[in-house]
Design a protein around this ligand. Structure first.
Ligand code: AMP
Length: 218
């Protein structure tokens, strides 16, 4: 069990780089709030809210949801009591305007402590995304080849049914990687210039990546 960390951290990387899996694990072990904009949007979609209906068309097409929608959602989330001092942002920021808005909303005492880039060669990402399955009950993430469940289609952790995310289908994957290259990858230079960027080689086993993250986040 990891000790509590006072980290305010961004996990940055392409879709399929393992940010969500690691963010869940680190946040659980170190008492940090796990703020995944993708999970928040999927909850809105599942609940059929106006925001969810608006977001869904972008998500299914592999495009980014407009900045103002996402920025408002994250600002509200980091005001909540459990996220006042320590959190991991998973999947946000994804554009320069989002990164600038985040900087503006964090004052000295709540400034970012780490930005960690999950480096995975692009060739590995497509296989990771197309084989990914998520438990529709507990959210656990599996993979048909790299992390299969004992019974096909059934979550080992809770017995829930596994589903493929609609944006993990081949049509959307190419678009998401293209959006990553054009809109999110420029954030590497943005954070490198601010001297907060750290890199983890995320093309290794989840356990090794996890141990390395804990070291980087001390
Ligand atoms: P993720 O689970 O992080 O891969 O996000 C799934 C989808 O939600 C993305 O492909 C986008 O359509 C949308 N999304 C999540 N985070 C953001 C963000 N920070 N900015 C814009 N769209 C986002």
């Amino acid at each position: 069990m990891a000790t509590a960390l006072q980290a305010r951290c961004v996990f940055l990387g392409a879709p399929g780089a393992g940010k969500g899996t690691q963010a869940k694990k680190v946040a659980d072990g170190a008492a940090l709030a796990h703020i995944s904009t993708g999970d928040m949007l999927r909850q809105e979609v599942a609940a059929g809210t106006a925001l969810g209906r608006q977001a869904r068309t972008f998500m299914d097409a592999g495009k980014l949801v407009p900045d103002d929608v996402i920025i408002g959602m994250v600002r509200a989330r980091i005001q909540q009591p459990d996220a006042k001092t320590a959190w991991i942002l998973d999947g946000f920021p994804r554009t320069l305007p989002q990164a600038e808005a985040l900087d503006r909303s964090l004052t000295g005492a709540t400034a970012l402590t780490h930005v960690i880039y999950f480096a995975v060669p692009e060739a590995a990402l497509v296989g990771r995304l197309s084989g990914r399955r998520t438990c529709s009950k507990c959210g656990a993430i599996w993979h048909v080849e790299h992390k299969p469940t004992r019974r096909a289609g059934i979550c080992d952790a809770c017995g829930g049914e596994l589903a493929q995310r609609s944006d993990d289908r081949p049509e959307a994957i190419g678009k998401r990687l293209e959006v990553y290259r054009s809109q999110t990858a420029p954030l590497l230079a943005y954070y490198r210039d601010r001297r907060v960027l750290r890199e983890v080689d995320a093309d290794r086993s989840p356990e090794i990546v996890y141990q390395e993250l804990l070291k980087l986040m001390q």
